[in-house]
Design a protein around this ligand. Sequence first.
Ligand code: G4P
Length: 288
Amino acid sequence: MTIQWFPGHMTRARRQIEEKLKLIDLAIELLDARIPVASRNPMIEQILKGKPRLVLLNKQDLADPQATAEWVAYFRSKGLEALPFDANTGYGMKEIVPRAKILLADKIQAQIKRGINPRALRALIVGIPNVGKSTLINKLAGKKVALTGDRPGVTKGQQWIKTNVDLDLLDTPGILWPKFEDEAVGMRLAATGAIRDQILNTQDVVFYALRYLIPHYSNMLQARYEIELDLKNINLTNAEDIIGVMELIGRKRGCLISGGKIDLDKTSTLFLKDLRAGKIGRITLERP
Ligand code: G4P
């Protein structure tokens, strides 16, 4: 799913989340562990208005474990609780409630003091399209949940979804928009498959990705495509050098057109498929 965001959409999305804030104890913010910056909404602090927030670095199975550990440490240094997560398998699921309780310790203590039995925590899941919100809700609920779409003008009581852990979820996740006016953000969203290929030029996306991958993940590239990169002589600011690497990959993969030329479009499509599926390796495109 890719949503075309217009100012009207943003206002509506923001209002929908604002209305729910009074119902919840905390927000669970899903980020893509491969791109924790690009998958983040630029206004998240203002939107959540200080609501306690647990960050889940989802799709950790596809991300570089070392980088994910650095990101968790980074978020904690900023006073946020963060967890590596995999909504497909449920990796990290058992940690959600204990972490949430750390965030809400004061509130829970106050309730106990007043003789109130702490109830299941109530949360709203928020994140950009494709980050894994529905997958997470289904995993936590232990079944496929029919998510009710938000329809303006239709007044409907909020539904709570019971989960396998001590947590109730609002049945409609909050859909956030990324900072898409930033070109680098767009490139990283496209590289990970968060936005559709029609939106950005595939060759540009691969060019952008390779410029990061060559210095950071050269071993993985060499192993996956059985190529040798002459790293000392690759100048990352020289477009020809990056295209040279694309050509090496294309040649190995048989992406040829007449005259022995490399079909860079085909190479790019194939490369992006590999990258998104984790076939090159576990890769993170951003560092704290
Ligand atoms: P959304 O509600 O936030 O829009 O996202 P959704 O749950 O639909 O997830 C989007 C895609 O991401 C799904 O793939 C889902 O399986 C995948 N996904 C979610 N969490 C994880 C995770 O932790 N690890 C991995 N590897 N994948 C995850 P899909 O529907 O099959 O789409 P696609 O894979 O064909 O793009």
